[in-house]
Design a protein around this ligand. Structure first.
Ligand SMILES: Cc1cc2nc3c(=O)[nH]c(=O)nc-3n(C[C@H](O)[C@H](O)[C@H](O)COP(=O)(O)OP(=O)(O)OC[C@H]3O[C@@H](n4cnc5c(N)ncnc54)[C@H](O)[C@@H]3O)c2cc1C
Length: 311
């Protein structure tokens, strides 16, 4: 029986008849993504999803991610698919080839990943989180940080996470208590406990790069005093080589409905006082500046009779 994880006709309709994605190839940046190439990408994605990713769904659900004394193992079948994922360069399809991406139009990448997400969403959490964490490094990192981390993350050699949530800080992330203290060498000593961390620990990759929200000592309360840090599971030296394991300990994996194969971890940072991080972006930028309110409503100011804006 044909396996329908995403309807081929729907995908073709949206890409070609609705969006006319092939017209993007008229732009220099997408010149190689003509209709033939787009169709090839979609066919390959569908093939990988149905033949390789979909069969891991059973192990993913029944075995799930397994926690034992600080280590987390994913189902064995994930390892083969992870290698195929890396070989096919599927992790950062839309990103700059300079950093290990494929420079693909987002619409095409979304169609390709729709097949893969439909095949095993729990597995897809690992590349998904990695791509997001890489994007943080790309957007806010220094040139040195990009050189150290980005390519390894976008190619799946290392994976990534996001460490926001704490036992007392979920939706209200400004209530977090993870702390950061600046060291003489410019790094920060990080301490705190994070929960519900997707892909927080696993055995798919040699290193895991954790973007961590924490408050530098003396910073304001609430979101205004939050800063972002790169905390590698294994420290990365200035020459790119791996250093000492960092003081990041996985204390458990959540049991939850569905997505059993995705390791949702609790992590303890700095329980031995030795968790090191490097600042990503600027200090205390957790709160965005107040939005400049557009004067969108067509309005006449009575006193002056001046029309302030229409949109
Ligand atoms: C499968 C899974 C994976 C996750 N992965 C990650 C991850 O990788 N990294 C990470 O940092 N976190 C992760 N999280 C955590 C997620 O970000 C939090 O669950 C989320 O921020 C909500 O926080 P909470 O669970 O503490 O719920 P609470 O904040 O306690 O909210 C509970 C309920 O109260 C409601 N509520 C909260 N505040 C208000 C308000 N002011 N007004 C009205 N209603 C309100 C919420 O909508 C919700 O229904 C994950 C969670 C899950 C379930």
């Amino acid at each position: 029986m044909a396996q329908q994880i995403a309807d081929r006709r729907d995908v073709d309709f949206v890409l070609h008849e609705l969006l006319h994605v092939e017209e993007l190839s008229e732009h220099e940046i997408f010149a190689e993504f003509n209709k033939k190439t787009v169709d090839l990408i979609i066919a390959e994605a569908r093939n990988l999803a149905i033949k390789e990713i979909l069969p891991t769904q059973i192990d993913s659900d029944r075995e799930g991610a397994h926690f034992d004394a600080g280590k987390v193992t994913v189902p064995e079948s994930f390892h083969r698919v992870w290698e195929l994922f890396k070989e096919g360069e599927w992790l950062a399809m839309i990103e700059d080839p300079k950093w290990g991406g494929q420079g693909m139009p987002r619409a095409v990448a979304l169609a390709a990943s729709d097949y893969m997400n439909g095949a095993n969403f729990a597995f897809m959490m690992y590349p998904g989180l990695t791509h997001g964490a890489g994007k943080l490094v790309e957007s806010f990192g220094t040139e040195q940080q990009k050189e150290l981390f980005l390519k390894k993350m976008y190619t799946g050699e290392w994976t990534g996470t996001m460490l926001l949530t704490e036992p007392e800080a979920g939706s209200d992330v400004g209530a977090l208590s993870a702390s950061a203290v600046k060291n003489e060498d410019g790094t920060y000593t990080i301490a705190g406990n994070k929960i519900f961390i997707s892909s927080g620990e696993h055995d798919l990759a040699k290193n895991i790069i954790h973007p961590v929200l924490a408050r530098i000592e003396g910073a304001p309360d609430g979101t205004a005093g939050i800063s972002l840090f790169i905390v590698p599971k294994i420290w990365v030296n200035e020459d790119g080589s791996l250093g000492e394991p960092n003081d990041v300990v996985c204390t458990g994996v959540e049991e939850k409905m569905g997505i059993h194969g995705s390791a949702t971890c609790s992590l303890s940072l700095g329980s031995k006082g030795k968790c090191r991080g490097m600042l990503l972006g600027e200090e205390n930028k957790g709160r965005l500046p107040a939005p400049v309110r557009p004067t969108c409503m067509p309005s006449i100011m009575p006193a002056s009779g001046f029309r302030v804006g229409i949109c």
